[in-house]
Write a protein that binds this ligand. Structure first.
Ligand code: MG
Length: 381
């Protein structure tokens, strides 16, 4: 199986390469793309010998050419799009972070590629366009997100019996133990998953869960009222589906991203991964709590994203991107992240974008407006 891996130096990308190492002989790395971490990318290039490589900018491309044995290095958004549409790629893994994933995911869908999608932002911003192209061109979109991988596995052969789906949320680091003032380092210590910075902040605000609700809508063609969240601190049950007769089916696995990654790559087969087995007795108890919208205002934003015309979610996503960046740089405090989103989208009149260019316009407007709001909040501090 020939893989194109976009976002190879991030947390998901590194896990994908672990799986490739673990199942040597099953995969060939056709292309790798990363942003700025060219030292790690260089090592990956030496190890996996991809035919194609792409990085963020021309300067990094030049550095990479000097530093390791690779002749042609593509760069910028065009580089990513080219790799996503490569002839001969069996699977395109989109593990880029943030909005950079939108165009490559769309390009891969247009080329009818099988997509292992870890970049939920692309579905949040342009889900209707990506899924439409995927359908038209016979592209299969397989989720790498743990909750959606669980949902897909529950729903296989059961779609007609389904009434409602629940994705679980750990509740983040502040569930029931919220410090007076939340610092960046408090946020970056997630209780269960070890992930990149952006998604760790999103997990703490629960915006990650909000985006996952939208992701579920597009992946499985659900109505807004069919999607909800349960707080489940142990993160062992990743999703549940309520069936027509009131019974529920849950999908459990150890919180290790290698499991959903492997399923997205091996699908429709299931390959053995004995090291991932675990004992429920060692977990002892599984707790579930209602996801209270007052306690988790991000989920209220999610309810709106599910119901409003699609550009609304794109605007939320872009405003969140800007706000998270500002929080990590200590320009705004933790509680201002949602405030920035709310103030930004209040000025947006939602519509259904008919092209990726429309989506990008919304994204750049929302980002710009969010920056201004951040600046205002910073001066008020
Ligand atoms: Mg997830």
């Amino acid at each position: 199986m020939r893989l194109v891996l976009l976002g190879s130096t991030g947390s998901i990308g590194r896990n994908v390469l672990e799986i490739v190492r673990r199942f040597r002989g099953k995969f060939e790395i056709l292309a790798l793309a990363a942003g700025e971490n060219f030292e790690l990318l260089c090592r990956q290039v030496e190890e996996f010998r991809p035919r194609w490589v792409a990085v963020k900018s021309e300067e990094i491309a030049e550095e990479l050419k000097k530093a390791c044995s690779v002749e042609e290095v593509l760069w910028g958004p065009e580089g990513l799009e080219r790799l996503a549409s490569l002839e001969g790629a069996d699977v395109v893994v989109v593990a880029l972070s943030g909005q950079t994933g939108v165009r490559p995911a769309y390009a891969a869908a247009r080329r009818g590629k099988r997509i292992a999608l870890a970049n939920k932002e692309s579905l949040v911003s342009a889900g209707h366009l990506i899924m439409e192209e995927a359908k038209r061109n016979g592209s299969v979109v397989l989720p790498v997100d743990s909750e959606h991988s669980a949902l897909m596995q529950i729903l296989e052969g059961r779609k007609d019996e389904m009434e409602k789906v629940y994705i679980t949320a750990s509740g983040g680091p502040f569930f029931r133990s919220r410090p007076e003032k939340i610092e960046v380092e408090d946020v970056l210590s997630h209780p269960v998953w070890k992930m990149g910075k952006k998604i760790t902040v999103d997990s703490a605000t629960l915006m990650n869960k909000a985006f996952e609700m939208v992701e579920a809508k597009w992946l499985f063609g659900l109505y807004p009222e069919q999607i909800d969240v349960l707080i489940h601190p142990q993160s062992v049950v990743h999703a549940l589906v309520k069936l027509r007769d009131g019974s529920m089916v849950a999908h459990l696995f150890k919180p290790d991203m290698k499991i959903p990654i492997l399923y997205a790559l091996s699908w429709p087969e299931r390959w053995a991964l004995p090291e991932a087995s675990f004992s429920l007795a060692s977990v002892q108890k599984l707790e579930f709590y209602e996801a209270d919208r007052r306690e988790f205002p991000a989920l209220k934003i999610a309810d709106e994203m599910l119901r409003k015309p699609y550009s609304f979610a794109a605007a939320v996503n872009a405003a969140n991107d800007a706000a998270v960046e500002a929080f990590l740089e200590e320009r705004i405090d933790f509680d201002s992240i949602l405030k920035v989103i709310e103030l930004t989208v209040k000025e947006h009149r939602p519509f259904n974008p008919s092209s990726i260019e429309d989506v990008e316009e919304v994204i750049s407007w929302a980002r710009g407006r969010a920056q201004e709001i951040i600046e205002r909040l910073r001066l008020q501090r």
